[in-house]
Structure formats: C-alpha cells, structure tokens
Design a protein around this ligand. Structure first.
Ligand code: NAD
Length: 448
C-alpha cells in the first residue's frame, strides 16, 4: 500500500518472562533499540540490574552486554512504551484457566488495553504469545476501538517456537518465521524487524492471522502426540514383555517417522505443551470442530498415566507400600537445562509419592527455588549425594547430565538399597545392573 516502513524499528517487548526476556535481549544483540515492559516490578528491577530471573543457558552474559551497549532498557511504564516503539511485541503469559481447560487470555487483553491509549503514531503490534484461533481478530477490533483517533495501528501475529534451554539459538536462528498479517505494510514492517534473521536464509511463511495462530498450536499438538504415541506403545510393552527402547530405536530408522521426540518415559510437561493442547481442544469444541482434535484428550490422558505408572514402579520396588519409604527424587524442572517447573512431571510424581507416605528428598541443579515455592510440603536436599543418602529407592525424573553421567557404583555407596526407577530412559541399564542395582524403566521388561 506504499506506506513506508521504519527500516530499523524501535521495539518494545511486553511481558519479560522466558519468551519476552529472551526476545528482548536477542533483538538488542541484533542491533535494535529495545524497551522491555512488564507489570512485575521485581522482574524489571532484576533485569535492569543485569540479572536474568530464570535459568537459560547463555542469556545472562548477553543481557549484561545488551544493557552495556545502551540498546536495551526495561520499564513498567506503558506511556514510555507507546512513545518509544515502532513495533510492539506482546509476549505475556497465556496459562490454562483455573476453572476450565481453556487458555486464560486476560493478560494478552490487559497488555493491549494498557498499551493502546499510548499509541500516538503509526505502529505495529505483534502478538507472539500462544493464543487460540480468533484472538488476533478480537484484539484487532479492541485496538482500533481503544487507540487514539487518527493513529494507524495494525496487528500482526508472529508465533514463537523457541525451546527453553535453547532459547537464544532458537531466537537468533529459528527453524522458520511465521508472519500472520493483514496488509503489505504490516508484512514489510515485520520483515524489517526480523531483517538480520531473514538475511541468514531463515524460511518465512507469510499467512493470515488465523493460520499464524493455528501453526503454533498445531505444532505443539503434533509434538505432544508424538511423545504420547511412543508412551502408548510403552503401555503395550509393559503387558507383553516387549522393550519400548528397542521399539523406538527400530522405528526411528524410518525417516518418515524419525527419532526426535520419540523418546519414551515420564512424558511432557512445562508451561506450553499441556496447556496448549487442552486449550486447542477447548477452542475447537467452541468452534464446532471438537471431533477433529478429540484425540488430544487421549494424548493428554496417556501423558498423565505415565506419571502414575512411575509411582507404581517406585512402589513395586519398595515392596508394595510407600509408607515411610525414603525416595531420592532426582529432578524437579520439567526438562533439563531449565528451571521451569510449570506442570513438571517430576514434581507431580514427587507429590504423589509424598501423598502415599514416602519420605521424598527432591534435588534439582537449577529448579530448587521454584520448586520450594510451589511445593513447600516436599523436602529438598542440598545436593545429589544428600538426596541419595540413605534412600530406599532412587527415582530419576529429569534427565540432567549430572544424573545421567553419575557413577552407579559411587551412587550405590550412598543409598540404603540399590533400587532405581529410570523415569527418562536416561541411564545405562546394564551398568546399573552390573553394579547390583534393581533397575526399572517404563515400558521395559524387568530383566534384559
Ligand atoms: P512467563 O510467565 O515466563 O512470562 C510472562 C510475563 O508476562 C511475566 O513476566 C508477567 O509478569 C508478564 N505480564 C503479565 N501481564 C502483563 C501485562 N499486562 N503487561 C506486561 N507484562 C505482563 O511466560 P512465558 O513462558 O514467557 O510465555 C509467554 C507466552 O509465550 C505464552 O503464551 C507461552 O505459551 C508462549 N511461549 C512460551 C515459550 C516458552 O518456552 N516459555 C515458547 C513459545 C511460546
């Protein structure tokens, strides 16, 4: 439509959690002037002081550099944000609602409502949060209703695919970018905002708003389904004596299937997959296409059953009852290289063990503070050896490398009984059995 774009747009990043803080730091590293905005005063203070408030490899040093360069600042002030930005990225949380399976979109609406009155000139608002189909359309109408008269504000959707633990590399060199826009100007302005990433040859899919929203939930649904698929096979293995590890290996040589995300075990968790598939199923029902994704309820159920089955294995190893049994729970984060404990399978298992009367000692290299805050009823050990000390059963629940590489003989000296449940198929079963451990894993026969 011929309206000029800002070649090097000034950016705001609204919501500076796992996604937003990473995006803000990386955009500053790419040379843009960036203002991070959050309602959480403590978070803004820590980020401004050069401290990443969560664990993400590589991000801390980049934050310090970005602050020193003068290209990155943080604020709580939406007026400053409106004044500053040519492009505004919305990165606030979209958790599961407390009263249903649907997504709570109130933070997204609150962020846009807070920003809109301060948009005094042409600007592009870009949603990055994971939302359900139709949200972008509703936000567009809301923006137009609340932005000052005479300003040209457009909305675009740019779903985010970063993985915690790899967030920096996924932001700087993503597998692909998806731009959902409604005008040539929005598309060109978004391209300018991602120029350094596009110039690396990153594939770009340009589409409408609904497709952009759907890509993200479709991708997460596929990944969740792949994990639950192999875990469903593990359930079949458990009653047939087959070995799911060997099954997965054999399947993975078929490159139509592929080995990634085909890892059997305790299943998925975190702040994305569980809530995204539930919200997608709930939204599809509202749209009258619930049947199309009804399988996602099964994907969810398979995943939750793995947690219960892990508790069963610990109980079996303990001789049939968990009352008074000392369990070393290795891991709390939902996956290694993260301190994120949202819907963490490890802590769900630890909680169930505790509720059955086990004396659980939880240890995680990074997620202890988060875990203590959320599950104060559990007991926490200061180190891996402290957790193992005197344990009747060891449960490996998050596959941190320090757990994977631990020596079974040295671990054996610390515990009361050499019994281990490998919830992540992360250990060398033969090495453990050779060191006298009773080794169990989901979907694997009792003896090799
Ligand atoms: P998070 O909880 O770590 O961060 C959300 C931030 O938004 C918090 O700091 C919060 O204080 C802030 N916030 C809430 N309301 C606000 C408002 N009105 N104004 C300004 N700030 C506000 O969540 P996250 O993990 O970063 O996820 C954010 C979104 O990104 C979600 O939709 C999530 O599904 C999606 N996502 C996350 C990841 C990931 O790996 N974490 C990956 C892809 C997509």
């Amino acid at each position: 439509d011929g309206i000029p774009v800002v070649a090097r747009p000034r950016m705001t990043v609204i919501g500076t959690g796992y996604l937003g803080a990473t995006h803000a730091v990386c955009m500053a590293a790419l040379g843009f002037d960036v203002l991070g905005v959050d309602v959480d005063a403590a978070k803004i203070a820590r980020l401004s002081a050069g401290e990443v408030p969560f664990f993400e490899p590589g991000l801390q040093a980049m934050l310090v550099d970005a602050l020193a360069s003068g290209r990155l600042r943080f604020t709580q002030d939406y007026a400053e944000a409106g004044e500053f930005g040519d492009v505004h990225f919305v990165c606030v949380g979209t958790p599961q609602r407390k009263d249903s399976q649907a997504a709570d979109l109130s933070y997204v609406y609150a962020a846009v409502d807070a920003l809109a009155p301060h948009l005094t000139r042409r600007a592009l608002v870009v949603g990055k949060s994971t939302v359900q189909i139709g949200t972008a359309q509703a936000l567009t109408e809301r923006l137009h209703a609340t932005a000052p008269a005479g300003t040209d504000i457009e909305l675009a959707w740019n779903p985010e695919f970063l993985r915690e633990g790899y967030a920096v590399q996924d932001t700087l060199a993503p597998d692909r970018l998806v731009f959902g826009t409604t005008s040539a100007w929005a598309s060109a302005q978004l391209a300018a905002a991602f120029r350094p990433v596009l110039d690396r040859g990153t594939p770009l899919v340009e589409c409408d708003l609904a497709t952009a929203e759907l890509v993200k939930v479709a991708a997460n649904s596929f990944l969740a389904t792949k994990i639950s698929y192999i875990n469903a096979m593990a359930e079949v293995c458990e009653v047939t004596g087959a070995d799911v590890n060997l099954l997965a290996k054999a399947l993975s040589f078929d490159d139509r299937i592929g080995g990634r995300f085909l890892k059997p075990g305790l299943g998925f968790g975190g702040g994305c997959l569980p809530k995204d598939i539930r919200a997608f199923a709930a939204r599809a029902e509202e749209l009258g296409v619930g049947q199309a994704v009804a399988f996602l309820h099964e994907v969810d159920a398979i995943n939750v059953r793995r947690r219960k089955r892990t508790v069963d294995l610990v109980r079996e190893l303990a001789g049939g009852s968990l009352a008074g049994v000392r369990v070393a729970a290795l891991g709390a984060a939902f996956k290694p290289n993260s301190d994120d404990i949202r819907d963490a399978p490890a802590l769900d298992v630890a909680r169930m063990l505790h509720e059955e009367g086990a004396i659980v000692q939880v240890y995680d290299p990074e997620a202890m503070d988060n875990a203590r805050r959320t599950y104060p009823e559990l007991t926490y050990a200061e180190s891996m050896p402290a957790a193992l000390h005197g344990a009747d059963v060891v449960a490996l629940l998050t596959e941190w490398s320090q757990f994977r590489t631990a020596d079974p003989e040295m671990m054996g000296w610390l515990v009361a009984h050499r019994r281990i449940v490998d919830g992540r198929h992360a250990l060398d079963a033969d090495a453990y059995r050779a060191a006298g451990w009773d080794y169990r894993a989901l979907g694997r026969p009792l003896l090799p």
